[in-house]
Ligand binder design. Structure first.
Ligand code: NDP
Length: 401
């Protein structure tokens, strides 16, 4: 009852599969399938060398629902873990419905031809999963994922109501490259170049991309510029913590990264509008992805730490209080354990934890679920046990910006 089929063989998948193999009491047979089998085989070899565990590999195009359904029928997993790209979410959910299989992912569905993402497309599967007696868990990465679990932990233990919530995502790592993204470049650049959006007094407030900047002193990283952005967990947090007056998401970027991004944008290389090139249609952003370093190759050179967490202000027994819950993850430690840098590590570990909690029935339900809908405590305990320890600090007062 603990067998998993993992789809996708990038950095996040590599971490999740290493961590699954490292915890045989939580996982049974592990099968890894992706578009290109040699990537699965390389992960399988590393898992064998590090932990002595054999995993099965297969080739599949996850955009092909019939082919994926056939693979699921052969493998018969108890859970499909989608660590491919957000484009594949709906096709993989359809394949799970075809075969009676539970589903988990780390990023919400995004159509290829529109830089637009929201949970609506996947929430629409609620009745189909419920009627089939199946469970889908959405967004079990770090952000989204752990950031929602942190918010629910604050709400359960530290505050009676949350008035304002700020999610702060800092990558203080340096990979030594002129320009590279820490996870899939296409998804990453689409996210960063989209307008910023935050939740305020019951509505979304939109501002131009990267136009609001603040400086924040991150524990074990130092002072960094961080920028207001839209991030998908704001949507589920606004739904499941309805009393929130304001919810914002901030991410740090260095000057060098932003300068490169600006130039690439100005010359049209971040566009998702197809163009004709030497007689064939190409999408500039997909071409850019092809010439950028693969995130899974950055681990060998990345040094420094990530610091991601939630700052929440609200009332406890009638008194206003502010709490900060965060994790610090070291790129080199993550690489030593799994062969991947911390951005993949901080996503792959929560994917493994979400999968384990589904497989052992601790997080259970029928239908489509977000992280906010379950008890945060078992997830928080497993973060401490599996390499992403967190800390809680009470701050003197709310953020001053
Ligand atoms: P990568 O691009 O490194 O890996 C994606 C993998 O999916 C690749 O192995 C790719 O194949 C495979 N793939 C793509 N298309 C298909 C397809 N049609 N069929 C089968 N396999 C396919 O991405 P990451 O590992 O960095 O990210 C994985 C996921 O995690 C993404 O959805 C990303 O948005 C999400 N993420 C979530 C975060 C969170 O905190 N919640 C943070 C970071 C990422 P190939 O190797 O052949 O290209």
């Amino acid at each position: 009852m603990k067998d998993v089929l993992v789809i996708g063989a990038g950095g996040v998948s590599s971490v999740a599969v290493h961590k699954m193999a490292k915890n045989p009491e939580l996982f049974g047979k592990i099968t890894l399938a992706s578009r290109r089998q040699f990537k699965c085989d390389a992960i399988a070899q590393s898992v064998k060398e590090r932990f002595g565990v054999t995993i099965d590999t297969a080739q599949v195009d996850a955009d092909d629902v019939a082919a994926t359904s056939k693979l699921i029928e052969q493998v018969k997993p108890n859970l499909l873990v989608n660590l491919a790209l957000p484009y594949q979410d709906l096709n993989l959910m359809d394949a799970c419905l075809n075969t009676g299989t539970d589903y988990l992912d780390t990023a919400n569905y995004e159509p290829r031809d529109e830089a637009r993402f929201h949970y609506g497309w996947q929430w629409d599967y609620q009745d189909r999963f419920k009627n089939a007696g199946l469970m889908a868990l959405l967004g079990s990465g770090f952000d989204p994922g752990v950031t929602s679990v942190f918010a629910m932990y604050i709400k359960k233990h530290l505050l009676d109501t949350i008035r304002t919530l700020d999610i702060l995502d800092c990558n203080g790592g340096d990979h030594g490259q002129h320009f590279a993204t820490n996870f899939n470049p296409e998804i990453n650049i689409r996210e960063i170049t989209a307008p910023a959006r935050h939740w305020e007094n019951g509505e979304w407030v939109e501002t131009p991309a990267l136009s609001t900047r603040q400086v924040f002193e991150f524990d074990q990283v130092g002072a960094k510029n961080m920028y207001l952005m839209y991030h998908e967990e704001l949507e589920s947090l606004a739904k499941f913590i309805p009393e929130m007056e304001r919810a914002r998401f901030w991410m740090t970027f260095g000057e060098q990264y932003l300068t490169h991004l600006r130039v690439l944008q100005n010359v049209g290389l971040t566009s998702i509008e197809p163009i004709m090139f030497e007689g064939r249609e190409i999408v500039p952003l997909q071409f850019l992805k092809a010439v950028l370093p693969e995130p899974s190759t950055l681990g060998t050179t990345t040094k420094g730490k990530t610091n991601i967490g939630d700052i929440a202000t609200g009332t406890k027994d009638g008194e206003e209080k502010t709490f900060y819950v965060y994790n610090v993850c070291d790129h080199e430690d993550a690489f030593e354990e799994t062969g991947n840098q911390a951005v993949s590590y901080t996503t792959g570990v929560p994917a493994m934890i979400g999968a384990a909690l589904m497989l052992n029935g601790t997080w259970r339900g029928e239908g489509v679920f977000n992280m906010e809908q379950f008890d945060p405590d078992p997830f928080m305990d497993m973060l401490n046990q599996h390499g992403l320890p967190w800390q809680v600090h009470e701050l003197d007062g709310p953020l001053k910006f």
